[in-house]
Design a protein around this ligand. Structure first.
Ligand code: TYM
Length: 336
């Protein structure tokens, strides 16, 4: 139970996990190894997972396609192994406190600190007209996390800076207006926190930059997975060793293998003499992991009524936690 009122110590020692993913297209291996795999292993009664459709609005799309993507994303989370009977799995827009808390937090965030966000700088450079929502996006994200008294946020490396901002905003709000938010920690996997593009291994695998052979999707057919892995860019010296700066392509494959087999990349390197052998075995392991997910996805996706029920129940359970936290923030900041 969280005590009420300014000055009270909020964190009661219990762990609470929250994380989210944007429904802006099919999920890829980076999403799986950086986020979903951890989400499944950390899921318990105190964890909430969210398809952040409000964040998705920062990307241009047809409304009908957006609805499809939200359902696709929900089905992917369930297919990857999240169990809605263990903890809520829901859509961000169905819990109105996300948008409401966003405004309170925008009013404690400075323009300068948002301008320093590297994801904003990268994404805004690629767009002719930059939406204000893309700029303020990290504040909405901070609110997502803070609404649930979250202690741990399992994410990939690219979200680390956003989590730092979340912590700063929570601390700032608590200092100015009295204890309101629990200050969360990011949890990154030991390997797989930054899966790189298979064709351009110096940049991360990404939903927003199309790379037909470089991005491996969770729903790719086995033959497609094999083709992408066998064609992955490595180097020409043929020397099997884990060296991310000198041999980024090989290092990426070793890391992916290590994340799947719960080993270190160096140990994986010691098991193989040739790149071709490593690739073959890696493709087989990826197919063994992803095929069952794709099969479950196809079953679940056909049951839209069931997905809708999961969203409804998840949103109701999430709102029961988020409501009192939002009310506390509103009261403490001075809203009547
Ligand atoms: P998003 O939707 O871009 O990605 C979802 C998760 O996948 C991870 N990820 C990767 N991990 C390893 N290698 C990669 N190449 C890779 N690409 C993506 C991301 O780190 C993320 O964990 N802002 C977030 C969504 C969000 C959120 C939140 C996350 C909104 N509110 C609250 C946590 C808590 C985003 O755009 O993730």
């Amino acid at each position: 139970m969280l005590p009420e009122g300014p000055g009270a110590l909020l964190y009661d020692g219990q762990m609470a996990v929250f994380s989210g993913i944007q429904p802006t297209g099919p999920m890829h291996l980076g999403n799986y190894l950086g986020a979903l795999k951890q989400w499944v292993s950390m899921q318990d009664a105190e964890s909430l997972y969210c398809v952040v459709d409000l964040h998705g609005l920062t990307v241009d799309s047809d409304p009908a396609l957006r609805r499809e993507w939200s359902l696709d994303a929900m089905a992917s989370l369930l297919a990857a192994g999240l169990d809605p009977s263990v903890g809520p799995v829901f859509l961000q827009s169905r819990v109105r406190y996300h948008a409401q808390l966003n405004w309170l937090l925008e009013c404690v965030t400075s323009f300068g600190e948002l301008g320093r966000m590297t994801q904003f700088k990268d994404k805004s450079e690629r767009q002719a007209s930059v939406r204000v929502g893309l700029f303020t996006y990290p504040v909405l994200m901070a609110g997502d996390v803070l609404l649930y008294n979250t202690t741990q946020v399992p994410v990939g490396e690219d979200q680390r800076q956003h989590l730092e901002l979340t912590r700063e905003l929570a601390i700032r709000f608590n200092n100015r207006y009295g204890e309101t938010f629990v200050v969360p920690d990011a949890v990154l996997p030991s390997v797989g926190a930054r899966v790189m593009d298979l064709q351009e291994p110096t940049r991360k695998m990404s939903k927003s930059v199309p790379s037909p052979l470089g991005t491996l999707y969770l729903l790719d057919e086995p033959a497609e997975i094999e083709r992408k892995v066998m064609k992955a860019v490595t180097d020409t010296d043929g020397e099997m060793r884990y060296d991310p700066s000198a041999k980024p392509g090989l290092a990426n494959l070793l890391e992916i293998f290590a994340a799947l087999s719960e080993e270190t990349p160096t140990r994986v390197a010691a098991r193989f003499a040739r790149y071709g052998e490593l690739k073959k075995e890696l493709a087989a392991r990826l197919i063994a992991t992803l095929e069952p997910i794709a099969a479950r996805y196809r079953e679940l996706r056909a049951e839209e009524g069931e997905i809708e029920r999961v969203i409804e129940a998840g949103a109701a359970a999430a709102a029961a936690i988020a409501g009192p936290v939002y009310e506390r923030a509103a009261r403490n900041i001075g809203l009547l």
